[in-house]
Write a protein that binds this ligand. Structure first.
Ligand code: ADP
Ligand code: MG
Length: 389
């Protein structure tokens, strides 16, 4: 789960990580009032969306004239922001963060995440932070350092110093960085984060360190244990279909192909997508309807798949181990009639009562094909999708 920058900065402050003075705003008037209350000589208006790359996409506006804040805000609010990290539709801007601007001497990069390879948390840092960090990672990876944290020992002071030296920090700044790293580490563990990123962490002209940007992701499997974090959720920033799927206990992920997939079991779903690709098609989604599936779930699954306009054909691949194939087949028939499925549907049933199941699906007068094996089914659905496109 993601949260907004302004929420992440509030969490930062409660963990002793310094962030700019700022206030969230939902209207141009509120934004201008916020700027006047903050005082100072310059302000930045930042679109709050669950994606980075806002600066390059026009979602971060700086001004030295407080009377311009309302206009800059009006230009962002109610629009969608498309950045390098969003799809082509972008994300809606309903909230802004108004901050004081700070004189930047250097932009640094600091993040904390889990390195799956070594099964440890890892700090990643670079003196070449800012909006071009992706280019740095590509073209000058030696400018990025990483430090693994031993799970039993925890974050050590010498590791903080090591990063401070790599970032070219001196004197009091080393102590400040240690405080920031310790805060990130504690926040990460307390709240079951999966990533905390500060880019840029700035060094001001006065030598202070400040988290100018803040990005926190939380582990979806742990967030239920943190009601305070769950309360920060902004569903409008999330994929509506994926949210709907969650309500029905379906594991659904949107992809950009043309073949809708409905499968029971995550492993089988992965294998089905592989086979579709092998046969020259592109899956429109990953969908695991789970083990003990029923007509209601199959109906909801069809609705989800068909709400994607790119879908030209659907492949249903069910292995009847616990559930019987004839029961599944009648469920599919009921769902197709109820949801008015117009695109061709190829069904592969295998397992208990597979013969009876296939018999039910044949000669229905519907745009329905009962395949005798999975390879055939994949070939057939790819051909049908191509014919429809
Ligand atoms: P994103 O990573 O989405 O592009 P950032 O919050 O990193 O958004 O902002 C982009 C850039 O805007 C920063 O690298 C920084 O140069 C500038 N910026 C952002 N906030 C401030 C601020 N409070 N004062 C001065 N400059 C800022
Ligand atoms: Mg940033």
């Amino acid at each position: 789960m993601n949260i907004h920058e302004y929420q992440a900065k509030q969490l930062f402050r409660s963990y002793g990580i310094p962030a700019p003075d700022g206030k969230p705003a939902a209207s141009p008037q509120e934004a201008e009032r916020a700027a006047r209350e903050l005082g100072g000589e310059g302000w930045v208006v930042k679109a709050q969306v669950h994606a980075g790359g806002r600066g390059k996409a026009g979602g971060v506006k700086l001004t030295k004239a407080v009377e311009e804040v309302a206009g800059l805000s009006r230009a962002l609010l109610g629009k969608r922001l498309v950045t390098q990290q969003t799809d082509s539709v972008g994300l809606p801007v309903h909230k802004l963060l108004v901050e004081k601007t700070y004189p930047i001497k250097r932009e640094l990069y600091l993040s904390l995440l889990v390195d799956r390879g070594s099964e440890r948390m890892v700090f990643i840092a670079s003196a070449a932070g800012g909006m071009d960090i992706e280019t740095v990672a590509h073209e000058a990876p030696e400018k990025i350092i990483s430090i693994l944290i031993h799970p039993a020992a925890g974050l050590q002071a010498n590791q903080c110093r090591q990063i401070a030296y790599a970032l070219g920090l001196k004197g009091q700044q080393i102590k400040a960085l240690t405080g920031i790293m310790q805060g990130m580490y504690n926040l990460f563990l307390d709240k079951d984060a999966s990533q905390i990123e500060i880019n840029p962490l700035i060094e001001t002209e006065d030598g202070d360190l400040l988290a100018l940007d803040a990005k926190i992701n939380f582990d979806d499997n742990a967030v239920a244990a943190h009601p305070d974090i769950l309360a920060l959720r902004d569903a409008e920033q999330e994929d509506a279909k994926e949210n709907k799927a969650q309500q029905y206990g379906l594991n659904y992920i949107t992809l950009d192909g043309t073949i809708g997939c409905m499968v029971n079991g995550a492993g089988l779903a992965m294998a089905t997508m592989d086979l579709v690709k092998l046969k020259g098609g592109k899956p429109a989604n990953f969908l695991d309807v789970g083990g003990g599936t029923n007509v209601e779930k199959v109906c909801e699954a069809f609705k989800l798949i068909l709400s994607d306009r790119n879908v030209k054909a659907v492949l249903v691949n069910i292995f009847g181990g616990i559930v019987q194939c004839d029961i599944i087949a009648s469920g599919i028939l009921a769902a197709i009639k109820q949801v008015h499925v117009a695109v061709p549907v190829v069904v592969r049933l295998e397992g208990t009562n597979a013969e009876q199941g296939r018999a039910l699906l044949n000669n229905t007068g519907l745009n329905l094909y009962a395949a005798d094996d999975l390879t055939h089914a994949a070939e057939q659905v790819v051909a049908l999708a191509e014919a429809a496109a």
